[in-house]
Design a protein around this ligand. Structure first.
Ligand SMILES: NC(=O)c1ccc[n+]([C@@H]2O[C@H](COP(=O)([O-])OP(=O)(O)OC[C@H]3O[C@@H](n4cnc5c(N)ncnc54)[C@H](O)[C@@H]3O)[C@@H](O)[C@H]2O)c1
Length: 247
């Protein structure tokens, strides 16, 4: 990882940063000089204490627009205007279509897709005024793979790619970019339930044949939120060791 303070002076919101990929992203933002607003269902105390004074924590449900008002207030009180939003929190129960109920479908869409809309409504106006902003949606490479029992999740993760593409068009003239990152199977609590054999079968299908750690996903997210990526928008960046290839 770079030791350059690429994100000095930036304020970054990272949802679902109490653990896993979100925590790794939050820690690296701080290491690169950003102030971090760490959001999770419960106060992400471990992440905030690991970062120290450059972080503030917010307990909020990202599927609730009031939660986003709380995030904006906490950001403003601690650090000022938000420059970067990484929507990483997700809901991912496994249900084949036969037992997938409407409540689960709605909750999946609400956490994994509505949250991105709420964050844009909350933060685009100030980003426009300041002529700079970055949205990164954490999607999934499962959108291009034969993963069973995840039709609702895959729909939501395709949805955020679509939202980033569309939002990119509306905000492009104000220095705001919107991109999606598609991780492959990554070593977090989310994938703990899968057996060793099942996980091995996945990573053996990658060009880089090992199980990804959360830190493997961080670099591309950090890159997309710098000035170096100012001319990249509406893109879907796959970060999976070369499992799912596009183009
Ligand atoms: N781990 C993988 O293999 C993998 C693969 C592809 C994509 N992803 C995506 O990466 C992201 C992070 O995954 P992870 O494995 O670190 O997950 P995780 O379950 O370890 O962490 C997700 C965090 O989000 C929080 N969260 C959930 N719902 C929330 C809500 N409504 N409001 C606020 N916070 C909420 C959880 O409390 C948790 O701390 C997700 O978007 C996931 O879909 C993960």
């Amino acid at each position: 990882m770079s030791n350059v303070l690429t994100h000095q002076g930036r304020v970054a919101v990272v949802t679902g940063s109490g653990r896993g990929i979100g925590a790794a992203i939050a820690l690296e933002f701080a290491r690169r000089g950003a102030k971090v607003v760490a959001v999770d269902l419960q106060l992400p105390s471990d992440t905030v204490s690991a970062i120290g004074a450059a972080a503030t924590g917010v307990a909020a449900d990202v599927s609730d627009p009031d939660g986003w008002v709380a995030v904006a207030r906490a950001a403003e009180a601690a650090f000022g205007d938000v420059d970067i939003v990484v929507n990483n929190a997700a809901y991912y129960p496994n249900h084949a279509i036969d037992d997938l109920d409407f409540e689960t479908w709605k909750r999946t869409m609400s956490v994994n897709l509505d949250a991105h809309f709420f964050s844009a409504k909350q933060f685009v106006p100030a980003m426009r005024r300041r002529k700079w902003g970055r949205f990164v949606a954490i999607s999934s490479n499962s959108v291009g793979l034969p993963v069973k029992g995840m039709s609702h999740y895959i729909a939501s993760k395709m949805g955020v790619i679509g939202f980033m593409r569309g939002l990119a068009n509306d905000v492009a003239n104000d220095g705001i970019t919107c991109n999606a990152v598609l991780p492959g199977l990554t070593h977090t609590i989310a994938t703990e339930a899968q057996g060793e054999e099942q996980r091995r079968a996945v990573w053996q299908g990658q060009a880089i044949q090992r199980f990804a750690e959360p830190e493997d996903i961080v670099g591309p997210v950090l890159f997309l939120t710098t000035d170096d990526a100012a001319f990249m928008t509406g893109q879907a960046l796959v970060v999976d060791g070369g499992q799912y290839r596009v183009g």
